[in-house]
Design a protein around this ligand. Structure first.
Ligand code: ADP
Length: 452
């Protein structure tokens, strides 16, 4: 690996909490960079706050505001003399205004430029940009649609079913599947009003609904000029369009090289700097359709780290420091198979969050096991944030060995005090379709006997 002589960061502000804050903190330590962190009242005793070199409280009556108040976070970065801010995922990670404010203050945002975030945050624009770069997209509208007549004549052209999605969308909010023309009127109104209240932007668009699809995504790293990819992750086991199990690799070497070249071209076409994930749906014929780019580190980046051996968070920080890509595409070699189970504090029957104090908390270890968590005995799992308690990963030389190792690891995990998804994951690891790799995004709906 090349090490370029650039001005290294001395101190970085982590503008996040939970497992990802700890994940980033560890890498800053490894790199000899001081870790500063902001925190709200609920997190004042959390591990990342206790381990940080310096912690900066931002107390707000609404706990989310501690991590969402742009001016307060910018002030923290200035008061603490930070060279850069790492946003993690969620909160301000995809907020172009936040990135712009940091740019104005001369503080580096560890991620892409604000105009790239603005472009990619708009699904209509992102689709058009990636189509122009040669990526395959589902047939659909290239402009916002507000009339049911226009929508239904478009649907006649591309064929039913279609899906209406918010241009500013995220988290699967507002999406409506339409099977015939007379459903458009109501579905359009519903999607527009959900989009307006969730994102403050009522623009929606229509695209072909891909039936029996799988979710496959590519990990990319760009330095603003060039981009490389780290292969794919398979993330079709989802609840309410949110991932529960992620694994990789999934594709043949040929397909990986083909789609990988396209995503790199896509990233280079927008001058992408930092880590990105290009999400696709793959239909039953094996054809790919670009969905969106997530311009940040993702929860499941860990799967890719286990099968490539690269610390992606470190690479993201290094390109933010101004280094060129320190490795080439040929350096990225996939070895073995990795699976990640998200151990959410949730009820396994209905996925309702289960906050509370952890009385007992023991995580597994051993060869091929990784567990990223901020949880510990006595930890009070708050109800106001994401319910992710731990990410449990197993690596093996092949998928079968990784699954066996995951079963052992799940059996060794002890969490008492809150409900959690370990029983569900344990059942998935024994389920026939899962074992056969016969999995689409409808997996949880089609296997609801596993819940409960
Ligand atoms: P969001 O940004 O709201 O998460 P995405 O565009 O990434 O939205 O889609 C999230 C999920 O919604 C996908 O993983 C898939 O399950 C479903 N989805 C989105 N677009 C389509 C489509 N055209 N056909 C079928 N399912 C879709």
């Amino acid at each position: 690996m090349r090490f370029a002589s650039v001005m290294a960061f001395k101190r970085v502000l982590i503008a996040n909490r939970g497992e990802i804050a700890l994940r980033i903190l560890r890498t800053l330590r490894d790199m000899g960079i001081e870790a500063a962190i902001i925190h709200g009242r609920e997190d004042r005793l959390s591990l990342p706050v206790r381990f940080a070199d310096v912690a900066y409280p931002i107390m707000r009556s609404n706990p989310l505001d501690s991590y969402l108040d742009i001016e307060a976070v910018v002030k923290a970065a200035k008061d603490l003399n930070c060279d850069a801010v790492h946003p993690g995922y969620g909160f301000l990670a995809e907020n172009a205004h936040f990135v712009k404010r940091l740019e104005e203050e001369g503080i580096t945002f560890i991620g892409p430029a604000s105009d790239v975030i603005t472009l990619l945050g708009d699904k209509i624009e992102a689709r058009a940009a990636m189509e122009a770069a040669g990526l395959p997209t589902a047939k659909g509208s290239s402009e916002p649609i507000s009339s049911a007549d226009v929508a239904s004549s478009l649907a006649d052209e591309i064929g039913y079913p279609v899906i209406i999605k918010a241009a500013a969308g995220g988290g699967g909010i507002g999406m409506q599947i339409v099977n015939k023309a007379d459903e458009f009127e109501g579905a359009l109104k519903l999607c527009q009003s959900r989009a307006k209240s969730a994102f403050g932007d009522s623009r929606v668009f229509v695209e072909k609904y891909i039936e029996g699809a799988q979710h496959v995504e590519f990990q990319v790293l760009g330095d603003g000029k060039n981009a490389i990819h780290f292969g794919e992750r398979f993330c079709s086991i989802q609840r309410r369009h949110q991932k529960l199990v992620e694994e990789g690799p999934w594709l043949s070497d040929e397909k990986r090289a083909e789609i990988g070249a396209l995503v790199c071209a896509g990233a280079e076409s927008v001058g992408y700097k930092g880590l990105a994930t290009f999400e696709f749906l793959r239909d039953s014929n094996g054809d790919f359709y670009f969905l969106e780019v997530n311009p940040r580190v993702q929860v499941e980046h860990t799967v890719t780290e286990l099968i490539t051996g690269y610390n992606l968070v470190e690479l993201g920080i290094r390109v933010a420091q101004g280094e060129d890509l320190p490795i080439t595409q040929d350096d990225v070699v996939i070895r073995g198979h990795a699976i990640q189970c998200r151990l959410n504090a949730e009820d396994t029957t209905n996925f309702i969050p289960s906050p509370g104090r952890l009385w007992e908390c023991h995580f597994p270890s051993g060869f091929g096991i990784r567990c990223d968590t901020h949880a510990h005995p006595g930890y009070e799992m708050p109800g106001c944030f994401d319910s992710l308690l731990a990410k449990l990963l197993a690596w093996g030389p092949d998928r079968e060995s990784a699954i066996k190792r995951m079963r052992t690891a799940l059996d060794e995990t002890i969490i008492t005090g809150v409900d959690h998804l370990i029983p569900l994951h344990r059942r998935i690891m024994d389920e026939e379709d899962f074992l056969a790799g016969d999995i689409t995004i409808a997996y949880i709906d089609e296997h609801d006997h596993l819940l409960g």
